[in-house]
Design a binder for this molecule. Structure first.
Ligand SMILES: Cc1cc2nc3c(=O)[nH]c(=O)nc-3n(C[C@H](O)[C@H](O)[C@H](O)COP(=O)(O)OP(=O)(O)OC[C@H]3O[C@@H](n4cnc5c(N)ncnc54)[C@H](O)[C@@H]3O)c2cc1C
Length: 418
């Protein structure tokens, strides 16, 4: 099997890179071992909310210029402000082509409500996510009887502390009794699979209508719209007040909705996803093509002119922590090692953690090196990269999308097809 490009990892970075390559007519395969961070995420994407020292960013262009001078190892600094903003524009258009209706624009960061009832800065959020301002509105936070992965009282309390008028209520939804019998089954994804069934829409709507009177907005856990992405909008149209959905504890319906849309569109662009397979090693044949060896394909390698490493961070085992060092799992690539000679963690849990910034080091074309030598035809993208802290800098989704598009651009520019 020969491909123009083989991508290792089918998370946000791998899928966006694959889509751009597919749209450009390149033959592309993604090998992906398992679930990605998207399945656990809020379904909102962050671009850049803070500098490394914790300074909040209000204007993204100014923030990127500051970042370039203070954190030159950050992937955005390597690409340059103009390129980052061009790719941010391109990301928004690509996600729309993939069928994702999102609110937000890189120039105007917004605040989305978290399950703790607090605000978090975001770049793009799903259309039905609750975003600021809610001030002056009468809000009802609605839980589901027996569902433990969402706590309406916590959300309402968070809102009240900001002087927002909020109370709580509960949906009974007897249709879910079959899931209630087993607490490990009573999770957001299983609830969504039931509530997405059109047979139960009327029952859901009746209970919601009874709770809506006198309120400006109902806030629900995100438990609809997995198989039927149009259902949240359909419910909204039938209700007399606004309806928003807050992500629950993982697995996350909004994150999975984003994954499903991207995977569907990647396949539509001609891409192949080898789900549940794992890349074990990469070698070269005599003609210089990469030979990508996988667990399921045994002694038949996938051949590709370009390989993109999008295997994620520690969470997805793209990076592995050993007793003495951190290692990139497939190629043993050179890393930004912030922890060398220092502690991997900071004693204050809420402080930026040094281990978060460990990851693959690349040049400005996102080409990594091994023992100081650039590996030809290999690119690294997404959270396998080092030089940034996706949590404290609020830039995880943005780094994935922007580095994915940049690597794809390098591959397209070389113009080599099999
Ligand atoms: C729990 C969690 C929640 C997050 N929430 C947000 C959020 O709300 N907003 C935001 O902007 N950012 C969030 N982030 C940051 C997040 O990391 C990025 O947004 C992004 O989704 C990461 O994408 P990725 O493609 O780099 O890696 P991943 O999503 O980790 O995907 C890597 C993929 O590579 C596969 N893989 C690894 N090794 C191999 C191999 N050898 N062979 C084949 N496949 C392999 C893995 O199975 C996985 O599917 C979150 C991160 C985590 C961990």
């Amino acid at each position: 099997m020969k491909f123009d490009a083989t991508i290792i990892g089918g998370g946000l970075a791998g899928l966006i890179c694959g889509i751009k390559l597919g749209e450009a007519g390149l033959r592309c395969a993604i090998v992906s071992r398992g679930q990605s961070a998207l399945h656990f995420s809020s379904g909102s994407l962050d671009l850049l909310s803070h500098l490394a020292d914790g300074t909040p960013i209000s204007d993204i262009e100014t923030g990127l210029c500051e970042l370039a001078s203070r954190s030159p190892e950050h992937p955005y600094a390597q690409l340059g402000t103009a390129a980052v903003l061009n790719y941010a524009d391109e990301t928004e258009a690509l996600l729309a082509r993939a069928g994702l209706t999102l609110q937000g624009h890189w120039r105007y960061a917004h605040s989305r409500l978290t399950p703790l009832g607090l605000w978090r800065t975001a770049w793009l959020s799903q259309q039905d996510a609750p975003c600021a301002p809610l001030t002056g509105k009468r809000i009802r936070v609605v839980g589901i009887a027996g569902f433990l992965d969402f706590e309406p009282l916590m959300v309402a309390e968070g809102l009240k502390q900001q002087n927002i008028d909020a109370d709580t209520a509960e949906l009974a939804l007897p249709v879910l009794d079959v899931l209630r019998q087993n607490p490990s089954e009573f999770r957001s994804v299983n609830i969504a699979r039931m509530l997405d069934d059109p047979r139960y829409t009327q029952q859901l709507l009746q209970e919601l209508t009874a709770l809506a009177s006198g309120y400006d907005a109902l806030l629900l856990p995100a438990v609809v719209g997995l198989e039927q992405p149009g259902l949240p909008a359909q419910l909204q149209q039938a209700l007399p007040c606004a309806l928003h959905f807050i992500p629950t504890l993982p697995p996350s319906v909004p994150g999975m909705r984003m994954y499903n849309a991207l995977a569907r569109y990647f396949r539509k662009c001609g891409g192949i996803i080898m789900d549940g397979d794992a890349v074990t090693s990469v070698t070269h044949d005599t003609s210089g093509l990469h030979q990508v060896w996988t667990r399921n394909h045994g002694d038949i390698p996938l051949k590709a002119r370009h390989v993109v490493l999008a295997s994620g961070s520690f969470f997805s085992n793209g990076l592995v922590a050993e007793r003495q060092r951190v290692r990139e799992a497939i190629f043993d690539l050179d890393l930004h090692d912030y922890a060398a000679g220092g502690d991997w963690s900071h004693p204050d849990f809420f402080h930026s953690q040094p281990w978060q910034s460990i990851g693959v080091k690349t040049n400005a074309q996102l080409q990594p090196a091994r023992h100081g030598e650039v590996v030809a035809g290999l690119y690294a993208i997404g959270t396998v990269l080092g030089g940034f802290d996706p949590i404290s800098q609020g830039c995880g989704g943005g780094v994935c999308a922007i580095t994915a598009l940049h690597a794809a651009q390098q591959i397209i520019t070389t113009g080599s097809r099999l």
